[in-house]
Design a protein around this ligand. Structure first.
Ligand SMILES: [Zn+2]
Length: 450
């Protein structure tokens, strides 16, 4: 199992701990946290500062992740802000994506009819773009009076997964083979067995490694209980577990399934830098990189005064050749100059997708940024292709530096590239960012200028 999987898994664990804190706000731990980190506010509204003691750092990190995974379930709509809160249950963005413009309505309650028992559909159509209006109209309003409550979106995802696993309807190769969608049902990862759902999440080597690694942190059922006891193996396994074991087991099986399926790309940092006149300055790039690598915060850093920083990234799925790219340009104050994303088809590799992102980012920058200097952060290791095209485009720019950054420092571009891919959507926003990106961008910009 790679480092990345462990890290993602740790994130899930931290978010779950944070969720327990929210479920039991009277616990000592919750009181301490609140007193110190969000004395006045509500947890999900709080921006966390980075000077916390190391003891709390990991929990704060969990809270931050939790903020990204919570969703309001609408009751009377009086606590939920239309334009800011996550309240729309869908994969793309839990927040409204329509631009607010001059609209005055603030609370979700204002979108309900006079009785407060159903949506005012005319209002929805008038106020929101069709995607938002449609998603909101699907939200069921409870038939009896009730308050809005915060829930964990992530939790729902895991439950749906568990249901599919128990019914054996996950899109495994074996299931696809049975439906004649695949020529054979052998597991692509190990090549040793038919890829049934039990194999994918329990016996395949990766799943096994994940489980053993997690045993060090989590309470899981004994190994002999992960047995192929028949079609009801999951029920048999969960039967007799404590509720904590159940939760841990489902989360782990879900993670194993994602690992099995996500063919994602991630590379370590190396550096390269050149200016717009075509002179490569590899030496200075490497010294710049060392600085970046030794930065323990690992977040996006502001460019110096008069610079624009352009972050680009791509998300690529090997099996389909589909990719998404994302470019975001910000100035030294963290103000967005432009954001853009693009869905790509028939890409050969992650490096190619990243190269496209880079070239497109440069093209947009040369059109829309009037600052003298552009700086790019990207994560790819194959820059040859970019340099050729980049040189041409950068004739239009006074000076250009390319700096490879760690994925953590490239969060906005990374997450939105995946969105563009899943949504097969392309767009450019000048001077602003799509609504689903604003929170990530703000979180980036909390850091003081470097
Ligand atoms: Zn396998």
């Amino acid at each position: 199992m790679g480092f990345k999987d462990l890290r993602l898994f740790n994130q899930a664990l931290l978010a779950m701990q944070a969720w327990r804190l929210m479920e039991y706000p009277d616990s000592l731990c919750a009181h301490l946290l609140k007193a110190r980190y969000y004395p006045r506010g509500c947890l999900v509204d709080t921006s966390f500062c980075s000077n916390a003691s190391s003891t709390w750092q990991s929990i704060l990190h969990g809270l931050e992740l939790l903020k990204q995974g919570v969703i309001w379930r609408i009751g009377d709509g009086r606590k939920v802000r239309i334009w800011r809160d996550p309240w729309i249950p869908r994969e793309l963005s839990l927040r409204v994506t329509t631009t607010k413009g001059r609209q005055r309505s603030k609370w979700v309650a204002e979108l309900l009819d006079a009785n407060g028992r159903q949506w005012d559909f005319n209002k929805l159509i008038a106020m929101f773009n069709p995607a938002d209006a449609d998603a909101i109209a699907r939200i069921k309003i409870p038939t009896h009076a009730s308050e809005d409550v915060l829930a964990w979106h992530f939790d729902r995802t895991v439950k749906i997964f568990a249901w599919k696993l128990s019914k054996d309807i996950l899109p495994t190769k074996n299931n696809k083979f049975k439906r004649k969608l695949e020529a054979d049902g052998t597991c692509d990862l190990c090549g040793l067995a038919s890829e049934t759902s039990f194999h994918a999440v329990v016996t395949c080597q990766q799943a096994y490694n994940l489980r053993q690694a997690m045993r060090e942190h989590w309470e899981l059922p004994a190994e002999h209980r992960f047995a192929p006891s028949g079609p009801d193996w999951l029920l048999v396994l969960l039967d007799g577990c404590t509720s904590e074991q159940k939760e841990n087991t489902l989360l782990m099986l879900w993670r194993a399934w994602l690992m099995h399926n996500n063919i994602t790309h991630e590379s370590g940092p190396t550096g390269l830098e050149f200016n717009g006149k075509g002179k490569m300055q590899i030496g200075s790039a490497q010294s710049g990189l060392r600085k970046e690598a030794s930065n323990p915060r690992e977040t996006w850093s502001h460019p110096s005064d008069g610079w624009i920083k352009l972050n680009v990234d791509a998300s690529f799925v090997d099996a389909t050749g589909c990719a998404g790219t994302m470019m975001v340009a910000r100035d030294s104050e963290g103000r967005v100059k432009f954001t853009a994303w693009r869905a790509l088809f028939n890409c050969a590799s992650a490096a190619e997708a990243e190269a496209h992102a880079c070239v497109e980012g440069l093209r947009l920058a040369s059109q829309w940024c009037h600052h003298p200097i552009i700086r790019i952060g990207l994560c790819s290791s194959e820059l040859g292709f970019i340099i050729a095209e980049g040189k041409e485009l950068s004739q239009l720019l006074l000076e250009l530096k390319i700096v490879k950054v760690k994925r953590d420092c490239n969060k906005v571009a990374h997450e939105l590239a995946a969105l563009a891919r899943r949504n097969t959507h392309s767009a450019v926003w000048l001077g602003q960012a799509p609504a689903c990106a604003i929170d990530i961008i703000n979180a980036d910009c909390i850091q003081p200028p470097a």
